[in-house]
Every structure is written in C-alpha cells, then in structure tokens.
Ligand binder design. Structure first.
Ligand code: NAD
Length: 285
C-alpha cells in the first residue's frame, strides 16, 4: 500500500508559494495579505488560527488576526468585514468556523466580498463551483483533488464514494470529483448499509468524524482510501478508518491511503495559502 504523503505534498506547494512571494517582494510590490477573524475562544479554533497565521507569515505573506469576544454583535462583525472588504491591502478574508451558535454563520460568510473569500464558502463561490467555474475552491476539497493529482491517481471513470455531505468537505468534494468525470456516490448519516457501497468503490473518501466507521474488509482489494477525518481519541489522532490499529490490515487490502495525521490535514492549510496568493494575483493581474 502506498502511503499518500500529504505533508510532503503540502511542503512542495508551500515552497513554490514562498518563491513566488519572494519574487513579488523583490520587485518592490506589496505582498499578499490574509485577514483572519476569530470570534470566541474555542481552544481548537484558537490553535487552528495560530497555525494559519504562522504558516502565512512563514511563507512571507502578511496576516492580520482579529480576535473578537463571543459577545460581539453581528453588526460589529459585519462592520469589520465591510472594512476588510474595502481595504485594498487585504486580499483574502477567513472567518474561523464554527462561529458560536448564536450567530447566523451563513449570513456572516455571505457578507465577505466573494472575491476575498479565502475558504470558498460564500454563496456565490458555492454556486460557481456547482457550475464548474470555481472562482475559489474550499481548501479541504481542493487539497484532496491536489493529492490525487500529485500521486497520479486517475479519477475519470472511477467509482468514488464520498462519506459526509457537509458544505465544508463532503459536498464540494463530490462536486469536484463529478467535474473530473468520476462516478460519485455521496453517503451520509442516513445512508443504509454503508459497507455495501464502500465495497464497490474504487476511491473512498471518508469525512464523517467517526473513528472505526469502516473496517479494512469494507473495501475492495486495491481500493484507495482518502481519510479526511480528524478524530481525537484516547490513543491520539485517528481518521474514520486509518489508525495505528488498522494500518496493518489496510496495508493488505488497499493500494493507497492517506495517513492521519499527515494526509489531508497539511494539504488544507497549503490550499488556504494557495487561495490567498491566487486571489492576490487575480487582483493584481
Ligand atoms: P460535519 O459534522 O459537518 O459532517 C459530517 C458528515 O458526515 C455529515 O454529512 C453526516 O451526514 C456524515 N456522517 C456522520 N456519521 C455518518 C455515518 N455513520 N455514516 C455516514 N455518514 C455519516 O463534519 P465536517 O466539517 O464535514 O468534517 C468531517 C470530518 O473531517 C471531521 O472529523 C473533521 O475534523 C474532519 N476535517 C478534516 C479536515 C482536514 O483538513 N483534514 C478539514 C475539515 C474537516
């Protein structure tokens, strides 16, 4: 079984971004800037935001982070977004999700100028993706497609089974795979007899957030597993399928798999950085 090394792939992408940003700086132009808004203080969100900020700066780009208390009114958040939308030095805006429950997330996300929507979650970007003309792609699905491409995994004509239909991961991943001519089955929490479906899939993409969702025997011989999930268990981080317990049996069954950690996770952040640079380039073309 080939281990699909997301860490190495993400590093190559980040190295390329660093080079491009160095060139932008060398010719005396303003470098790209990401603005991140974090509302509330969920420890996992704080750590994700810190990591995004650190990566952005390590690639030579600018990053402004706005930390707002969970008591901030929706109007105040919108005012901040309005300022960032109109700030010509800001190329991309990211609202760290999930927002605390009392906010209308869709309304706030849709207030971002869709041309600065770093995560590709604005209504307009969702629509453009469905039409096959994406302006900016959501980071995790984009990272999955990039991993498949870099590892020469052909998807056209294959049966791809996507588990999970969230707007963040499952649904846009299914859309992108359809555009790449895969035959896609999209499964979710109401799907019956999940393993009957996974057993006939060539490429299985799991994003349910349930450790031990499937067993190695639930895959056909030679299938490819892209395990997107990040489950925190007593034994550490695990995917929906991939874990130190299942790795050996998976090796006998699959032709390739992404590990957890070190698979899709690093690609998500690399794709965010790519989105920031791409939005800068479109604006300054
Ligand atoms: P979500 O909770 O919004 O969606 C989960 C989806 O899985 C739902 O559509 C649900 O119907 C489906 N589901 C749940 N239980 C199921 C079951 N038993 N059988 C079939 N389908 C089932 O979650 P999300 O934001 O899409 O994230 C999913 C997982 O991916 C989480 O573990 C999350 O941590 C991880 N994630 C990883 C990255 C990354 O960069 N690797 C990025 C985003 C999310």
């Amino acid at each position: 079984m080939k281990i699909i090394d997301g860490k190495a792939c993400a590093q190559q992408i980040k190295d390329q971004i660093t080079k491009e940003v160095e060139m932008i700086r060398a010719i005396g132009f303003r470098v790209p800037k990401l603005a991140i808004i974090l509302v509330g203080d969920r420890p996992d969100s704080v750590s994700y935001v810190r990591s995004k900020e650190k990566t952005c700066k390590s690639l030579g780009m600018n990053c402004d982070t706005y930390l707002l208390p969970a008591t901030t009114s929706e109007r105040e958040i919108m005012d901040l977004i309005d300022r960032l939308n109109n700030d010509r030095t800001v190329d991309a805006i990211l609202i760290q999700l999930p927002l605390p429950e009392h906010y209308d997330s869709a309304k706030i996300l849709d207030f971002i100028d869709y041309k600065k929507d770093a995560d590709g979650l604005h209504l307009m970007n969702v629509g453009l993706l469905h039409l096959g003309e994406p302006y900016v792609m959501p980071c995790t699905p984009k990272g999955i497609i990039s991993l498949l491409e870099t590892n020469n995994i052909e998807v056209a004509g294959k049966h791809a089974v996507v588990i999970g239909r969230s707007q963040l991961v499952g649904e846009p991943t299914a859309q992108l795979l359809i555009r790449q001519n895969a035959t896609v089955t999209l499964c979710h929490s109401h799907t019956k007899n999940l393993s009957d479906i996974t057993r006939i899939g060539d490429i299985i993409i799991t994003a349910a957030g349930h450790p031990n969702l499937l067993k190695p025997e639930d895959f056909k011989e030679g299938a490819i597993l892209i395990d997107v999930a990040i489950n925190r268990t007593e034994e550490g981080l695990e995917g929906d399928v991939y874990s130190p317990r299942t790795r050996e049996a998976l090796e006998q069954r699959l032709s390739a798999a992404t590990p957890v950690p070190g698979g899709v996770g690093p690609m998500t952040i690399a794709m965010l950085m790519q989105n920031v640079l791409d939005m800068y380039k479109i604006k300054n073309a």
